[in-house]
Design a protein around this ligand. Structure first.
Ligand code: DGY
Length: 321
């Protein structure tokens, strides 16, 4: 039997590529050249499926230009805001993602961002590395601690809950807003807020864990930032477009907000340069899932979805609009 032909748009961990080649007639991206829309369309010729990542913008125009042979797009990510799922569905193309496997790694990065933002990591590291650290000072480089603080979680899904459980170990009090209130087993004592204004007003630290959707894009803006306590900290491991950069930069520069910890940005990797001038912005280059264990697990999960689909089964992680 001929093996399904798949296009893998980015270089993946070697064990994942080995499995891709064992199960599929796989076209790999050995030197990891960032594919353009044109190269994806050209390379998809004769393929039955695509294995894409968050750097591939699979919009309606690209989907319309795909050859009819392509029946599935499996993304190596939990987020699928880079894919126009409605357009794919309309063309009869299935879309799958990789939930669960990156939950712990992303929650760990959320805690790193909280700590880095709360304890002045950006300016302290710069002081040390640039030779400006003259002595230990009782009043020098003071931050704030997580212990005893109220953590507001925007979106208590898998990653939000994993972040909450780690934050509890730091002695934080958990509050959240989600589209729907969760069961008491999932809440684990977290206090539900029916609206954002109420959640924000009690969030010493606000951690963003919702998906990027038309409803959440730009949700962190001048109006909503105004609900946060003076000196609050914002942490984002979800998607950059949930934040209005100008509003956040203005609030950080004025001291209205104490700090921010950001792992994701609008228009990555060309993020707003204003963040670089802020010593109270602790910035990471989209590292949420960046461990070998997690990237392997994401790759295997993306391949399992393709394998199930071509066996004629419903893939475990089929997404819909
Ligand atoms: C995802 O999977 O959506 C992440 O952003 C990649 O780390």
């Amino acid at each position: 039997m001929t093996r399904p032909r798949i296009l893998v748009t980015r270089k993946l961990p070697s064990d994942v590529e080995a499995r891709a080649c064992a199960h599929f007639d796989a076209s790999l991206n050995e030197d990891d050249t960032l594919p353009t829309r044109e190269t994806i369309i050209a390379d998809a010729k004769g393929k039955d499926g695509l294995l894409v990542t968050v750097t591939d913008r699979i919009d309606a125009e690209l989907i319309a230009a795909l050859p009819a042979s392509v029946k599935i797009i499996s993304t190596f990510s939990v987020g699928y805001d880079h894919i126009d799922v409605a357009a794919a569905t309309a063309r009869g193309i299935a879309v799958t993602n990789t939930p669960d496997v990156l939950t712990d790694a992303t929650a760990e990065i959320a805690l790193l961002l909280m700590l880095g933002a709360a304890r002045n990591a950006t300016s302290s590291i710069a002081t040390l590395r640039e030779g400006r650290w003259k002595n230990w000072a009782p009043t020098g480089m003071l931050g704030t601690e997580l212990s005893g603080k109220r953590l507001g979680i925007l979106g208590l899904g898998r990653i939000g809950r994993a972040t909450a459980s780690r934050a509890r170990a730091f002695g934080m009090e958990i509050h959240y807003h989600s589209r729907q209130r969760l069961s008491p087993e999932l809440e684990e004592g977290a206090r539900y807020h029916a609206d954002i204004a109420s959640l924000f007003s009690v969030s010493d630290i606000l951690s963003i864990h919702c998906a990027s959707t038309p409803q959440t894009r730009g949700l962190i803006n001048r109006e909503t930032i105004a609900h946060l306590p003076e000196g609050a900290i914002i942490v984002n491991t979800a998607r950059g477009d949930i934040v209005d950069d100008d509003a956040l930069i203005e609030a950080l520069a004025s001291g209205r907000l104490g700090a921010a910890g950001l792992d994701v940005f609008n228009n990555e990797p060309n993020f707003h340069p204003g963040y670089l001038n802020l010593s109270n912005a602790f910035l990471l280059p989209h590292l949420g899932s960046a461990t070998l264990e997690t990237r392997n697990a994401m790759g295997f999960r993306a391949l399992e979805n393709l394998e199930a689909f071509f066996r004629g089964d419903t893939p475990r992680d089929l997404v819909s609009t």
